[in-house]
Write a protein that binds this ligand. Structure first.
Ligand SMILES: [Zn+2]
Length: 262
């Protein structure tokens, strides 16, 4: 990652994302009371960092939002562009950190975070902005099976159904690996396996990130600017000498990531 820059104040964070959105849906929803505004407001509880990938082969799947750095990406499709950023925002806004957490508890926390970020950017976002769906993916996505209104009503507009769906999706992701001839479920199962491999790769070093982020948030609750300075120093040391923090983990996970996309 290079050109890592700090977005310190709440207004700076809003301004960055306001300028980033490319669909009218996201742009129009980034006003007080809007769905997108709500996410950015939550994101803005802490300073955030944005950077550009130095080595996309290993950094694309390196999950830098975990240590509070959003890696920029470009997409031809404006809706997919906005959805990618929503996904990363949801991750960052929902992450919590602990300075002492056993690996298994940490892995479960991270799996939940991925699940909730995916649920938001792959399903719930289409409830907030239904006109986005025809603009995003051509293939059937998870949401299509649940968003459709049936003759009896249904759909996802009901809060109770949303809650049921939330737990159903959690269950289904695990179950998915046993459904052999369903392309969608297989895709979901592949993601699940990747997430498990990712957690395994981080077994040695996950606590370095957790402790760093825990410290950062402690400082930020008193002084946002001091926290940003602390972070850039911490991050700079980890990124030496080639701009990729935790390069070993990045290399190992890149192998998993690109293997399933070959
Ligand atoms: Zn994710």
């Amino acid at each position: 990652m290079h050109d890592v820059r700090a977005l310190v104040e709440r207004e700076e964070i809003h301004a960055y994302f306001k300028a980033l959105w490319r669909t009218p849906e996201f742009q129009e929803s980034h006003v007080p009371g809007g769905y997108v505004f709500g996410w950015i407001e939550r994101l803005a509880d802490y300073p955030r960092f944005v950077g550009d990938l130095s080595d996309p082969r290993i950094e694309r799947a390196h999950f830098s939002p975990w240590w509070n750095v959003l890696g920029t990406r470009s997409y031809d499709n404006a809706a997919i562009h906005d959805l990618f950023y929503l996904h990363e925002v949801a991750h960052m806004a929902m992450l919590v950190y602990e300075d002492s957490m056993p690996w298994s508890a940490w892995a479960a926390k991270m799996a939940d975070n991925e699940m909730l970020a995916s649920l938001e950017s792959e399903t719930l976002v289409y409830l907030a902005m239904p006109s986005l769906r025809p603009k995003s993916f051509d293939a059937t996505i998870w949401a299509d099976r649940f968003l459709a209104e049936e003759s009896y009503g249904g759909g996802m507009r009901d809060a109770a159904i949303r809650a049921a769906h939330r737990s159903f999706m959690l269950m289904e992701r695990y179950r998915a690996r046993r459904v052999p001839d369903d392309a969608l479920e297989q895709r979901i199962a592949a993601f699940q396996h990747e997430n498990e491999a990712w957690a395994e790769i981080w077994r040695e070093n996950y606590a370095v990130v957790e402790r760093g982020m825990y410290t950062f948030r402690g400082i930020a609750s008193r002084d946002r600017r001091a926290a940003a300075t602390w972070f850039l120093d911490w991050y700079g040391r980890l990124s030496e000498p080639n701009g990729v923090p935790f390069r070993t983990e990045a290399e190992q996970f890149a192998e998993v990531y690109w293997r399933s996309r070959a």
